[in-house]
Design a protein around this ligand. Sequence first.
Ligand code: NAD
Length: 311
Amino acid sequence: MSATIIDGKAIAAELRGRIAGEVARLKAAHGIMPGLAVVLVGKNPASEVYVRNKSKAVTDAGMNPVDRYLPESVSEAELLALIDALNADPAVNGILVQLPLPPQIDSQKVIAAIDPAKDVDGFHPLNVGKLGSGLPALVPCTPLGCIILAKKAKASLAGLDAVVIGRSNIVGKPVAQLLLAENATVTIAHSRTRDLAAVCRRADVLIAAIGKPEFVRAGWIKPGATVIDVGINRVPGDAGKTKIVGDVAFAEASAVAGAITPVPGGVGPMTIACLILNTLRATCAQNDVPAPNLDLSGSNQPHQLSRLPPA
Ligand code: NAD
């Protein structure tokens, strides 16, 4: 058996195209141009690449990128003052502060300072709490992307056994909440889980967000399962170069799984597409415009995500 490859790159491109169409309609009908502010502190080359990619995606969607670069030495007070200014700026509908931040800055304080209505990362405690309570919220981008990809393979997740490996605030916990909202039976596994392989073998949907290269082996996967690999790990490749692999041993896992995301080209591209989606939803909510109904599942099943209100 060979798994269906869930092509995150193509699915993200399609989603970004639909968002661009909705942005054009928003402009034509209401004269509204969504703006996304990305704040980057310091000179982390990986973060600079992310920020450049995000700006390009924002521009491609017809939105306005507002990039703010601050020096590594910036004080917490200066960063908080910038957040206040962005909160008050009507041309800015979404705010993302690139993490990690330097040690003199308390990340939680910065996240809590972002207007929850502009919190397109979905990390503000109010949005985290709303998601946990099943209330409309801006939800974190990578987890949202995972669910959209899982639903490409299985139109309904209701009643399925879903196992999430990883319990971070960025991926593991919110993806578990979203799976619950899809009526899956959810297990969150982590570094203290006993017999992880046996826990994983129960999963109809397995989401790996660990940060350990090719950690999940073929023998951990239930035949026919849908496997979503969130991991981004740099390992030595050919000719002294590095290559990127996921948390799942892709080649051997593909022989057992029913559907699987590749790395790169799986969850990664969906993260940026969902950031753009959240910016669109936030813009609509801030302007009392109904959120567009994007068919995110690609199936003819009613799709819970497409009914998620914008903020
Ligand atoms: P994290 O380090 O915050 O969390 C890792 C989790 O893995 C922890 O909850 C821990 O309990 C669990 N874990 C660690 N060792 C384990 C073990 N031996 N057995 C079982 N569980 C174990 O990482 P994160 O921020 O959640 O990111 C996870 C991975 O996803 C990383 O590779 C990261 O680069 C990647 N990531 C990708 C995207 C994307 O856009 N594709 C976005 C965010 C994170």
